[in-house]
Design a protein around this ligand. Structure first.
Ligand code: ADP
Ligand code: MG
Length: 389
């Protein structure tokens, strides 16, 4: 991989790149739709991601090229950086602007990006490209940011420069990910625990439904609202700030306060999903993949029936997974209404799984999914170090 990219860099810039960085994408293993309810998420870095080859220049310009997109750009070092339409290089330009607005001294750079991660499919290629750029600049110019600073800075770029209102989980996971560890994270306090997650004979299959997530934003806002309604009702009797401040036992005692059955179901998902994350961390650290798989299925069912954010595409993947004895568990991942599902699949039967899930999905939905085999990988770093560790 690295040799080929270096060749591409030489072709494009007529010299070798001096440094190569890698930042992964991420999936959320469990803990869906609870980050905005004070709950725990459990993402991990995947072994697909974004590469950045870079070489300083003395021309006082930043040059942006990507093997995934045809647009290229050359931006003066000290320009007043602004977002330009919807082009891809807004992401690295936004990161550069952030460094410069913080008073960091940069030099001109020739950059080549390449992602082997599906782009725009909910695996966070955007966080990956932000974080790889931020990490590279910090490293090359000794800018002195901590890794957590880079995470916050990248999220700020996505929120303010790009204009996408995402939480911090994605940038956190791609920066702090560790091989064979899941990150149990509270997105408010940023307290986290790296949970041993040796997948043993299993791998993480990622099944992209290839369905555009059109509904996701409006339904997301609706769910946030419903959770607020449920919280306000529970606050009549409970002294809590978030739905996830209680466990399912306490919830059962007080759920009558939420009079709307649909809203009560939303809250039930939130509280039980948060409990499931804690159980999942235990199961993973005990190498109990059967229990972890059971929790994945339970999470999916709750997202489908109580939270109503799945859809026929994601359900088709998970329903098929249940019929395959070489799958320990499966669920939708991300906001829902399309995007990706994940499944824990025996390594030796991945090819067969991939064929069968594709055939089943295509016959029911009318177009094919894309299926990838991943492991739990490392977070952002210098490429050689990421691969070696
Ligand atoms: P996701 O984060 O789910 O993959 P987004 O729509 O949030 O989807 O981000 C995708 C965008 O990130 C792309 O349209 C592009 O602008 C940028 N991007 C991601 N990876 C690359 C890459 N390798 N080269 C150039 N731009 C990239
Ligand atoms: Mg994104």
């Amino acid at each position: 991989m690295k040799a080929d990219l270096q060749q591409e860099f030489v072709k494009l810039y007529g010299k070798e790149a001096t440094d190569t960085y890698f930042s992964p994408g991420r999936v959320n293993l469990i803990g869906e739709h609870i980050d905005y309810n004070g709950g725990l998420v459990m993402p991990c870095a995947i072994t697909f991601g974004s590469y950045l080859l870079i070489s300083p220049n003395n021309d006082n310009v930043f040059r942006f090229k990507s093997l995934n997109f045809s647009e290229q750009a050359e931006v003066p070092l000290n320009a007043d950086h602004k977002k330009t339409g919807e082009v891809w290089y807004n992401y690295p330009v936004g990161v550069i602007a952030h460094f410069q607005n913080d008073g960091k001294d940069l030099q001109g750079l020739d950059m080549l990006f390449y992602g082997d991660i599906p782009i725009g499919s909910g695996l966070s290629s955007s966080a990956s490209i932000e974080v790889v750029t931020a990490f590279a600049l910090n490293d090359l110019f000794n800018a002195g940011y901590s890794k957590l600073d880079l995470v916050k800075l990248s999220q700020a770029v996505e929120n303010k420069f790009i204009g996408v209102n995402c939480g911090i989980m994605d940038q956190f996971a791609v920066a702090f990910g560790e091989k064979d560890k899941a990150l149990m994270l509270n997105c408010d306090t940023l307290e986290y625990q790296a949970v041993d997650s040796n997948l043993g004979d299993y791998l993480l299959a990622i099944i992209n439904t290839n369905k555009p997530r059109k509904l996701a934003e409006s339904k997301y806002n609706e769910r946030v609202q419903e959770c607020q309604t449920a919280l306000a009702a529970l606050k009549q009797e409970l002294d809590i700030n978030y739905l996830c401040d209680i466990d399912s036992e306490t919830f059962d005692k007080h759920k009558h306060l939420i009079t709307d059955a649909v809203v009560q179901g939303r809250a039930k998902h939130v509280v039980e999903e948060n409990d499931r994350v804690k159980l999942a961390a235990k199961a993973l650290s005990n190498n109990n993949l059967a229990e972890f798989g059971r929790l994945m299925y339970a999470s999916h069912q709750s997202l489908r029936d109580l939270y109503e954010v799945s859809g026929i595409e994601l359900d088709t993947v998970v329903d098929y997974a249940k019929t395959n004895p070489n799958v320990a568990g499966a669920r939708m991942t991300g906001a829902g209404f399309g995007g990706c599902a994940i499944a824990l699949v025996k390594k030796e039967s991945f090819d067969k799984f991939s064929e069968e899930v594709s055939a089943h999905y295509t016959s029911k939905i009318g177009y094919a999914p894309s299926v990838y085999a991943s492991l739990i990988g490392n977070g952002v770093g210098v490429l050689n170090e990421v691969v070696k560790s």
